[in-house]
Design a protein around this ligand. Sequence first.
Ligand SMILES: [Zn+2]
Length: 314
Amino acid sequence: MIRKKDGIHIYRDSHLVLDSRSSKGKTNFVSHAHSDHSPRKGGEVVCSNLTAEILRKRFNTDIQPADQPNIQLLESGHILGSSAALIDGEVLYTGDVSTRNRAYLDGFKPVKAEELVIESTYGIPAYTFPEQIQIEKQIQDWIEDTSGTVFLFAYSLGKAQKIQYLVEEVAERPIYAHSAVIEMNNVIEEHTDLSFRAEDMENQDLENSIVIVPSHLSRSDKIRRLVDRYSVKKAGFSGWAVKNSYNYRGGYDKTFPFSDHCDFNELVELVESVDPEKVYTHHGFDEAFASYLRKEKGFNARALKNNQTSLTEF
Ligand SMILES: [Zn+2]
């Protein structure tokens, strides 16, 4: 039995809770350290060592990675440390997932499973991204062609580091970053071979520099003042950028459809590779994606809705 409330609950021999901020089961799994998935209390959770390190740093908890032989962790290609979970060799839970190689990160390699619980953020055909190599080239070309001060708005954990990696390859200008990004750079540098050039933007002369800023601050007063002062060009990075409305919302001069999630076609390919008997979709275009899988691909698929219980029958 599978249920969605605060996180995904799976009832097999025991109660397993996946990516919940507050619920606790007998076993608890955290796929990655983004805040919408992260437990606020400490204790033992099944997660990768890097996810545990980042969680401890971000949320000041005493999370400890637990050993759970029934759960196999598979790198999910979303951010560093992110994992999918293969439960009892039968149920595959993707967490947030990307199958494409990006910057320094390899995409998820699907495995066979009888049941699949898959995120469906971009589960409609409108969200089809260009080839990654093309997106990354466009970002680097734009950096080289845009003079003056540029602000690059990206989620502080994951996206911000990938963007820095691409920018460092081509930019000779100084690179600065917001303290929230620097903090995440530091954790990642401590636990991987990656290193980043950016220095803290606080009290710096930002003239003719590249600045990495957390995306949620794109409309904050402090950032707006800096944007005016330095006549900043602003760029945003997200899968939502395939739609023009994303530019308007963030007030960006330029956007790139650089995503840490699968696009629609990659989601379909992922399901076909896993070849499950049952598919449960959640998040984003969950209903539309399940409906597509049923009608066009013949899968037994349905969306997991809040507080609705899915027994074995569909
Ligand atoms: Zn995420």
